[in-house]
Design a protein around this ligand. Structure first.
Ligand code: ATP
Ligand code: MG
Length: 243
């Protein structure tokens, strides 16, 4: 299964949310950082010491000789026991032009022994990542709850029509000030769930802070575990339609 995570401008939290979800995913999950604006995982989670050869450009080079599935298996790394398997993003935005996004999407989607969670960063229909989003089984729109975030997300959602499979919304740090149900209604996307305001746990993912014993019991990690089950099943409407 291939799930793309996208955001609109003004809604920080995509990278943190994808890493948190993948770390508690009930099946094998691999995070691919594919933000066309450039990657943060190597400098953030990896604190600048991300293993050589474990990046998206390395995978792209491999795909000249083998499938993206084999390349992903070879290149993705688990930085520490609490971390998901992951591939760090582009070193510079101009590298996005050489990534065969559509091919990667199609090949990631066919992987059966792992779910691929792709951090696409801010979505623009003119970015190459739009082709990857279009081949996804599910598209998760990550939004904040401020007026600025919600307005930007409401403008983004229609751009995703007919792209990818099931589409749904995850609200990070709800109730600041708008609640998640209200946001989903105004954006016209089914609500998949929320992730709480938890700066301490978020710092583990965004800045490579130490994950002490408290971490697995943190609000972010516990909520992410419940949300991961929802994402695997698809939005409520899709589940209803399938049953
Ligand atoms: N649930 C959360 N609770 C508290 N802080 C959070 C949460 N999620 C993310 N943050 C914080 O928000 C900041 C931005 O997070 P992150 O890097 O994940 O956003 P992003 O959307 O990927 O940003 P960019 O557009 O730069 O790639 C980080 O400092 C991170 O720790
Ligand atoms: Mg990011």
């Amino acid at each position: 299964m291939l799930i793309s995570f996208v955001s609109a401008k003004g809604s920080p939290g995509v990278t943190t949310s994808v890493l948190a979800l993948a770390s508690v995913w009930p099946r094998t999950a691999v995070v691919v950082e594919a933000d066309p604006a450039g990657g943060d995982v190597a400098a953030g989670l990896g604190r600048g010491a991300w293993p050589a050869g474990a990046g998206l450009t390395d995978l792209v080079v491999d795909t000249r000789a083998c499938g993206a599935d084999d390349a992903l298996r070879r290149r993705a790394v688990r930085l520490a026991p609490h971390c998901p398997l992951a591939l760090a993003g582009l070193g510079a935005p101009q590298q996005a032009a050489v990534v065969p996004w559509e091919r990667l999407g199609n090949e990631f989607r066919r992987i059966t022994d792992a779910d691929v969670l792709v951090d696409c960063g801010r979505f623009s229909p003119s970015d190459g990542t739009a082709a990857l989003v279009a081949s996804s089984d599910g598209v998760v729109v990550v939004s904040g709850s401020s007026l600025r975030s919600v307005r930007a997300t409401a403008r983004l959602v229609p751009l995703l029509d007919d792209r990818g499979g099931h589409r749904g919304l995850v609200v990070v740090r709800p109730d600041r000030p708008y609640d998640a149900v209200e946001i989903a209604e105004s954006c016209g996307a089914p609500l998949l769930g929320t992730l709480p305001d938890d700066a301490r746990a978020a710092g583990v993912w965004s800045d490579g802070h130490a994950a002490g014993r408290w971490f697995v019991r943190s609000a972010l990690q516990r909520t992410a575990a419940a949300l991961a089950h929802v994402l695997i099943s698809g939005p409520p409407a899709a589940r209803g339609a399938a049953s």
